[in-house]
Write a protein that binds this ligand. Sequence first.
Ligand code: PA5
Length: 498
Amino acid sequence: MAAGRLAAIFIAGDCDAEPQTVARPNFTREGKTMDMKFDFNNMMETFVGEHGFSEAELETMEGAASSAVQAVQKRRGTGWLGWMELPYQQPETLDRIREVAERFRKCRDFVVLGIGGSALGTIALKSALLHPWHDLLPAERRGVPRLHVLDNVDPRWLGTFLELLEPESTCVNVISKSGSTAETMSQFLWMRDWLKKGVGKRYTDRIVVTTDAVKGALRAMAKEEGFKAFTIPEGVGGRFSVLSPVGLFPAAVVGIDIQSMLEGAASADAAAKAENLWENQALMMAVLAYLSFKKGRNIWVMMPYVQALRDVADWFRQLWAESLGKAVNRRGVEVHVGQTPVKALGTTDQHSQVQLYIEGPHDKVVHFIGVEDYGLELEIPAERTGQDSLDYLGGHTFNELIKAEQEATALALAEAGRPNCTHTIPKVTPFTLGELFFTLEMATAYSGELYDIDAFNQPGVEAGKVATYALLGRPGYESRKKEIEAAKAKRQGRFVIG
Ligand code: PA5
């Protein structure tokens, strides 16, 4: 892309950093039944025998479940529950996201720098809603930039990435709520330097910052250097931020219908308000997971049978792990709770994981995600080969094959006494994805209530960040550095082979 063209596209220095308002709903879908279905037959003793739950057992949870709904709904929009209002962002907020996105859409490569909650949502959006081979399509067919999310600092992976890009046609969205995470900030310093060397002063036009309204080095740099900036609203932690500008801005750049995604989330929000356990998918999922954990099922396997949802499982892994893996409850009592979320993909992992799920320890629940409509019907040629072991396939579709495999796996698990449940969505669209994201977030929030833990902090992650700062010599972390060095010295030469 010619330098002149990009220079004309961007308006330098208009840093629009006013806090994004999270306020009155501008649309609701109260009363609308969700498009998604949750089938938990295979969690019940009727279908999995002694390893399942009885209706009476679930009924004993009705009181706790409705209290969880009341507690969460009462606090919605406050403290770390700010994310619950994200479906209802003001039209002006969305217009601004779209307007900036329109300009950045002219780049050939749109690069997101972020990690954890600042990256996983965008990765999930990309694989769910873009053409499966998006980045490989010719530019004319794509019509929007290639989208890259750099969520690691492996030097070879990063360094070689630049071989694909030209500074003239590259835009960067650096995302960090804290504005100080070592991985993201080092990537940012590196790409900023590369852009400066490539396009000189115009580098500022190619950078958008998404961060806290006031705190952190990133906000300070945005102001000083005049980058465009979006605000991550208060009360929205990383893993609950996909429906904030963290996910919405990159989504808008690549042409995803962000309004529809928020409408889907609003529909899930309305459904998740039901206090009746038997009518609320998020609540039922939370109760089933909680009771399963109590019975020693401390692994939750999310297994989409939809290639497009593989990274939703990755996103969910962080949501479930960071929110529910906690040492103490809200009264400070040591509890060490939380199921380990595992990501699997159907049918691929039938040939790698399912043996363990069916015959290994009774410590898992498998959560399938399926779709009714894959968006494409693909036939297996009906050619006769004379081989009985092949000819039964001919004339079927891949759609029938993958659905049969999903059904067969659920059945095999149930017959082996392995609890499993299934979310089915009609088709992967921005609306249903918004519904799925929000339902899983609500299930997480309700689980936090059942465990009586703070589902919105992450002291373990912070501990790792602090240790990194100390090791790399960040001012203010000197005493931690000394402690780490003393611990390292003790390990020197001990219990190491090779
Ligand atoms: O969910 C979280 O809070 C974390 O996973 C963060 O998203 C992650 O550590 C990145 O933090 P930040 O956005 O501050 O750079």
